[in-house]
Design a protein around this ligand. Structure first.
Ligand SMILES: Cc1ncc(COP(=O)(O)O)c(C=O)c1O
Length: 422
């Protein structure tokens, strides 16, 4: 690959002149995952041998260890028709791992189906009266919006704070929309459509000061950004597990802060009850629900996925979420640098700290989505262009290959007018 970008290719990150904004944002203290470890990680993801996979924000490819966990679950099912006590014990072990992931207690974690279920559980658990309001970000993921918009039929007002795609939400974004009747602020940590990383620390502080519940959709950040629910003052966090948590669709995790006893479940099952009847006969005279987050866990959960999640968390922890974040940020620096050289812009913010692993390239979806597919590059069409999302198994070579594919695309007649090629 010719060009400035090729010449500047760092194995260790270094500066080239003239300094681009990406370089200004670059930190020498953000090394990538060391080569040997990265090779081992890459071995775990066979998809990396088949295509250029840059779509983890859509869904994770499966790792070998996750497949093995699913396979052993199936073997147990075949051979023993299910050692349920063993399976249930593993659920509790996985709950402990998930809790550790968020700096929460196991009693604060429930397993759900996905992010939407967690957000709907939150929306129906918070005590809200007609005239109360909830503040969201305009254009945030619809699964967050609909959970709250559904409360309009109870007279709850839903307010949307506007936000440009290249900025992040801070306390200041929400302040003008908050009043004495504001009970909830709910937002994605990382946005799927522009990759913004919102300032949860500042927003959490504001919510604490004003006595507002902070509900966070962590679908796009979990596993890729360290999350400390206590430090961030999060009341409820909901996430699915099929992106940064590396397992197939159908399992979600829900954090409900201890002590929020006024949050009550809209559904009940035996598993939610403080005194589940040993004889399996429901007791209308004892409707006390559990005090922990399990009051929001209804019946059997997705056992194969829970087992897979345990293996996935082990894999993630073998690298460390902080190291994964540094890795994807360093690759993001390179990506921005390569895009700058080609004259291709991104939709979202460029500042480090405001972005992480999601970069939406301003390339028209109609032509470029097919072009990338034809070149074995897996990316997603998005509102503002083509979404590239990075994961722990991506490498400098992946970024170079992507830049090379874009460069070649820009040189063809069909795309020549879209961006300037130097
Ligand atoms: C921010 C965000 N929230 C939620 C979801 C998905 O919701 P669910 O887990 O309910 O399918 C996605 C994408 O899949 C997302 O990007």
């Amino acid at each position: 690959m010719p060009s400035r970008f090729r010449q500047s290719r760092p194995h260790r990150i270094h500066r080239i002149a003239p300094a681009s904004r990406a370089e200004e944002n670059r930190s020498e203290t953000s090394p990538m995952i060391p080569t040997e470890k990265l090779s081992a990680v890459r071995e775990q993801f066979p998809v990396t041998r088949r295509q250029l996979y840059l779509d983890s924000a859509h869904q994770t490819p499966l790792a070998m260890s996750v497949r093995d966990a699913l396979a052993s679950f199936l073997t147990e099912g075949f051979e023993t028709a299910g050692p349920k006590p063993v399976w249930l014990r593993r659920v509790e072990e996985t709950r402990v791992s998930v809790a550790r992931f968020f700096n929460a207690a196991p009693s604060e974690i429930a397993f759900t189906k996905n992010t939407s279920e967690g957000l709907n559980i939150a929306a129906n658990a918070v005590p809200l009266e007609a005239g109360d309001n909830v503040v969201l970000i305009e254009g945030d993921h619809p699964n967050n919006a609909y959970a709250w918009l559904n409360l309009k039929r109870n007279g709850v007002e839903v307010r949307f704070a506007p936000l440009p795609d290249d900025e992040i939400a801070t306390a200041t974004t929400f302040e003008p929309y908050i009043d004495a009747r504001t009970k909830v602020v709910s937002l994605s940590h990382v946005t799927f459509h522009a990759g913004q990383v919102h300032d949860l620390m500042g927003i959490g502080k504001l919510c604490k000061e004003r006595g507002i519940y902070l509900v966070v959709d962590a679908m796009q950040s979990v596993g890729v950004i360290p999350l400390d629910v206590k430090a961030l003052n999060i009341s409820v966090l909901a996430a699915g597990t099929h992106k940064g948590l590396l397992v197939p669709q159908g399992l979600g995790v829900l954090y409900i802060a201890d002590g929020l006893d006024e949050l009550q479940p809209a559904y009940l099952a035996m598993s939610s009850m403080a005194n589940p009847p040993a004889d399996y006969v429901a007791r209308p005279d004892d409707m006390a629900v559990r005090k922990d987050a399990l009051r929001f866990e209804f019946g059997n959960v997705n056992l194969p996925d829970v087992h897979a999640l345990s293996a996935a968390i082990d894999l993630i922890q073998s690298v460390g979420v902080a190291a994964i974040q540094k890795h994807v940020l360093a690759l993001g620096d390179l990506l921005l640098e390569g895009l700058d050289a080609l004259g291709v812009s991104v939709v979202g913010p460029r500042e480090r700290g405001w972005r992480n692993h999601i970069y939406v390239l301003q390339l028209p979806v109609e032509t470029w989505a097919d072009y990338f597919a034809r070149n074995d590059v897996r990316v997603s069409p998005e509102r503002g262009g083509i979404r590239v999302s990075l994961a722990m198994f991506n490498t400098v070579d992946d970024i170079e290959r992507l830049i090379g594919v874009i460069r070649a695309g820009l040189k063809t007649n069909a795309f020549a007018a879209i961006a300037h090629i130097d």
